[in-house]
Structures are given as structure tokens and as C-alpha cells.
Design a protein around this ligand. Structure first.
Ligand code: AQP
Length: 333
């Protein structure tokens, strides 16, 4: 069955291995199932929910588009566009925020994590971020949304919002209720410095993540310094339950190799970390170095990137404008 895929990545710099293995790698696989229609968005409206330096943001928008392409998203097959260029996203987000319940948003754990202790000082945008995310998805009648495990709760909220809108306006099935596509294994890549913390762009330590722009030496250094534990690698996957760093590194290796965790565990069973790290670095370099080089090459061709984003805008805007017109009609505008 053909799927309509929508997903986005924030242009907040430092795109990393977690973004790749948790999301972008999956985008490419879905695109390569020829019957699917895929739309990939650089979600800059989401990025400004925390303060961004305007010049950096502009650079990061191009860099995110370059990363999509360098990872294998083909602009001839998939739509790549920049969210803020399509005004329907902001319009739909407002309308949907008027059918969403405060109680629903209060349950979102990502807001709690990102706002930290000082919730009063977080932006309203950060709080209502999941409503904008629902608007992004629902404007395109997306049937499936590939995301990392951290976005699961936002996807559930999106489904609730779609159903509530359809009920409130007596329009059964008008907004399509999307299915999340979350990989069964390795859907949450953890920090290289702490196996219970998500690998993240905003971690102040660059050693906590492999960036998709890292070169060979940077990857070697980061894996060398990655946190481990004193034991040799286990004989069985179930022994990883209390060894988060070992589990994460073996998970990264397995995901890069497209193999089950059990196979990786048996490959390194009883070996010490230094031997495993050598193999992991080699595998990472093989995968990430060409991506990193291609991102850098594409960034030197701003004209090309801007053309891709402009073409993507025209296609996305056609669909989104039609849907927002229908939404406004239903609301009574
Ligand atoms: N560590 C991760 N493991 C697996 N998937 C991940 N994703 C992010 N981090 C991991 C997935 O990448 C996609 C794009 O993410 P985003 O741009 O929306 O940003 P995010 O989830 O907020 O990413 P970060 O790195 O955690 O950013 P900061 O530090 O700014 O909060 C999503 O599908 C996400 O699930």
C-alpha cells in the first residue's frame, strides 16, 4: 500500500547520528519504496521556540536541506521544503490550538524536559510546539510519520487533535489520523558521554555526539573517548539491561550494519571495548565520512540548495493552501 510520508527536522545546527539513525535513515528507506509520496520539511518555525541567532538560523536551514540530500533524500523524488515559507503551517497551528486542550499539552514530557525548572520563562511557542507539529502533518494528509522515539507522544497528540477537529466540525475523516513509524530497535540513540541521556544537538559537550559533519579524526576521537564500563562485552543481549553505554554503542553499531543487536553481541562477546571501538569507528567512518563530505560540498553551492527549497515550497504550498482553505471553510471563516 502506498504511504504519504511527512516528517521534519529542526535547523538548530549540529545534526547528529541520533537524527540520522532515529529519523533520516528511515526517511531514505521510505523514499526508496517507490510507491510512497514523501515530504521532508526543514522545520524552522519549530527552531525558534528557543532563541536562535538569525544569521545562524539561515545557515542551519541550508545545512539541514544539505544533510537531507547528502543522506540520500532525492529532491527529484521527494519534496524538501522550508516550513516558514508555507504560511498555511502557522494558520493551521492557530486554528488547531483552538481545538486542543491545555490538559493535553500539560502532559507533554518534552516541554517539561526542555523548559526545565524555570517553566515560567519558557516561550509559549515551546509549550504549543506539538500543535504546530500536528498542523505540519495534517495539512498534507500524511498517512505515516517517521520519527525517533522521543516524538511518539507528540504523534499521539496529533492523532487526538485530528479526531477532535473532525468531531467538532462534523467532518468525519477530514483530517487524516496519521500512524507513527518508529523503528522497533535503535529508535533512541543515547549520548556518548552518558548512556541514559538522549544524544542531542543542544548538549554543550560536542564529545556527546557524532555530528553528521564530523570528519574521520573527529569520529575516531569521539569514539575513543566515549564512556564505557569496566567489564568485557557481554555474551548475551539481556546482560545489557544494566549497561547503558555498552547497549548504546552496540545499538549504534547494529543500526549502521542493519543487523540485530543479538548478532552484534555475538560478534564481540567477551572482547574488550578497545577492540570493539576500533570496529565501531571504522563502521561509522565508512557511513558518516561520505555524508560529511557531501554536506560540505553542497554548502558551497547555496544557489542549488535555495533552488531545491524554492521548488519544494511551490509543491508543498499547493497542497497546504488547498487544505487550509478547506479547514477555514469548515471553521466558518
Ligand atoms: N537521540 C536521538 N535518537 C533517535 N532519534 C532522534 N531524533 C533526535 N534525537 C534523536 C529524531 O530526529 C528527528 C529530528 O529531530 P529534531 O530536529 O526535531 O530535534 P530534536 O528531537 O529536538 O533533536 P535534538 O537533537 O534532541 O535537539 P535538541 O537538543 O535541540 O532538543 C526527530 O524525528 C527525532 O525524533
Amino acid at each position: 500500500m502506498s504511504k504519504k510520508i511527512f516528517s521534519g527536522v529542526q535547523p538548530t545546527g549540529n545534526l547528529h547520528l541520533g537524527n540520522y539513525l532515529g529519523a533520516i535513515k528511515n526517511f531514505v528507506e521510505l523514499q526508496n519504496e517507490k510507491e510512497n509520496k514523501c515530504i521532508f520539511c526543514v522545520v524552522d518555525l519549530h527552531a525558534i521556540t528557543v532563541k536562535q541567532e538569525p544569521k545562524e538560523l539561515k545557515k542551519n536551514i541550508r545545512e539541514t536541506a544539505a544533510t537531507f540530500i547528502a543522506c540520500g533524500i532525492d529532491p527529484a523524488q521527494s519534496i524538501i521544503f522550508n516550513q516558514s515559507m508555507v504560511s498555511a503551517h502557522s494558520e493551521a497551528a492557530w486554528i488547531l490550538s483552538c481545538v486542543s486542550k491545555i490538559g493535553w499539552l500539560n502532559r507533554m514530557t518534552q516541554f517539561k524536559e526542555k523548559a526545565g525548572k524555570d517553566k515560567e520563562k519558557a516561550s509559549i511557542g515551546l509549550y504549543s510546539y506539538p500543535v504546530l507539529m500536528a498542523a505540519d502533518i495534517l495539512l498534507y494528509d500524511a498517512t505515516h510519520v517517521p520519527v525517533g522515539d522521543d516524538q511518539k507522544q507528540h504523534l499521539e497528540l496529533c492523532r487526538d487533535i485530528a479526531q477532535k477537529f473532525n468531531n467538532d466540525f462534523n467532518a468525519p475523516d477530514f483530517l487524516k489520523v496519521p500512524e507513527p513509524l518508529i523503528q522497533k530497535q535503535f529508535s533512541r540513540i543515547m549520548s556518548l558521554k552518558d548512556g541514559i541521556k538522549k544524544m542531542s544537538k543542544s548538549d554543550p559537550s560536542d564529545l556527546s555526539r557524532v555530528n553528521l559533519t564530523d570528519d574521520k579524526d573527529e569520529i575516531l576521537n569521539k569514539i575513543k573517548k566515549a564512556k564505557t564500563d569496566p567489564l568485557p562485552l557481554p555474551e548475551e543481549a539481556k546482560e545489557l539491561a544494566k549497561r547503558p553505554e555498552a547497549e548504546n554503542l552496540l545499538g549504534i553499531y547494529s543500526s549502521l550494519k542493519n543487523q540485530n543487536l543479538e548478532i552484534s553481541v555475538s560478534e564481540f562477546s567477551g572482547k574488550n571495548f578497545s577492540e570493539f571501538k576500533e570496529k565501531l569507528s571504522e563502521t561509522l567512518i565508512e557511513k558518516i565520512e561520505p555524508i560529511s563530505k557531501e554536506i560540505k560540498r553542497l554548502l558551497n553551492d547555496e544557489k542549488y540548495l535555495d533552488t531545491i527549497l524554492l521548488e519544494g515550497f511551490h509543491e508543498a504550498d499547493k497542497m497546504a493552501s488547498k487544505k487550509i482553505k478547506e479547514i477555514k471553510e469548515l471553521v466558518g471563516f
